[in-house]
Design a protein around this ligand. Structure first.
Ligand code: ADE
Length: 245
């Protein structure tokens, strides 16, 4: 039996999560909040476990999806309070480095630390805090049993990057660059909830000039592999293949 009976899945974009929602038969979940928060929640059962999916929702002013660190952290913190999950998983897309073995559509599991690449605080005692070093679950052995690669995830607030961002991403040892995981890791760290991420590559940061063009061109392909791998990972977890914390 799995040590993880309630699993919270966090995603930023509706388009990233819809195929998984449909394939696992998620239905709307009851939510109660004193505030008109935009998070949308769904639930289903898989192999005796309860799966909750919580999306960041849309921005009321612009109508776009709430991508980014702040909304990912808020959504996760609120959902942890509402559902008390045993495990949080962030599934989504990322930019990545071909030099580190990435290909468009390849899916990685996260390593056990999460970083920021644009929180630069060069003050004594603040540098590592700014960089994050937020804990994640060590899923290395589990990834090996599923023949999945792992990589360090570095998060920031921009889809593109500056030379300084790139320097910091390399310093973090990252294979994957995205906009949510470290924010989610922060909420999980505060609440003592085990966390890891599943990231599918939309663009090769070291090979293509425009992250935005590549993101749009490769999004469907990346979501297809994200969906099937996330399903495989969840099925293995509910079979008890991911050791308890
Ligand atoms: N999501 C997908 N591709 C990304 C990139 N290059 N940077 C940040 N987030 C992403």
């Amino acid at each position: 039996m799995s040590a993880y009976q309630t699993i919270l899945l966090v995603a930023a974009m509706e388009q990233e999560s819809r195929p998984l929602k449909e394939s696992l038969g998620f239905r709307p979940a009851a939510t109660s909040s004193r505030f008109a928060v935009p998070f949308s929640r769904f639930e289903t059962d898989l192999g005796g476990a309860r799966l909750i999916m919580s999306l960041n929702g849309k921005d009321r002013r612009y109508g776009n999806e709430n991508v980014g660190l702040e909304m990912a952290a808020l959504n996760t913190y609120d959902a942890i309070h509402a559902y008390s999950p045993d495990l949080v998983i962030n599934f989504g897309t990322a930019g990545a480095f071909k030099d580190k073995g990435a290909e468009v559509g390849r899916v990685f599991l996260s390593k056990d630390r999460f970083f920021f690449h644009d929180h630069r605080i060069p003050l004594s005692g603040y540098e590592d805090y700014g960089r994050g070093y937020l804990p994640g679950l060590d899923v290395e052995a589990f990834a090996q049993t599923l023949s999945l690669p792992t990589g360090i995830v570095s998060s920031g607030s921009s889809l593109d990057f500056t030379d300084r961002d790139l320097e910091e991403i390399h310093r973090n040892g990252a294979t994957l660059k995205e906009m949510e995981a470290a924010g989610i890791a922060w909420s999980c760290y505060l609440t003592g909830t085990p966390f890891f991420a599943i990231k599918s590559v939309t663009n090769l940061v070291d090979k293509t000039v425009s992250s935005a063009n590549e993101f749009e061109k490769n999004f469907s392909l990346a979501v297809e592999s994200l969906t099937s791998t996330t399903r495989t990972v969840l099925e293995a977890i509910v079979r008890g293949e991911l050791p308890g914390k």
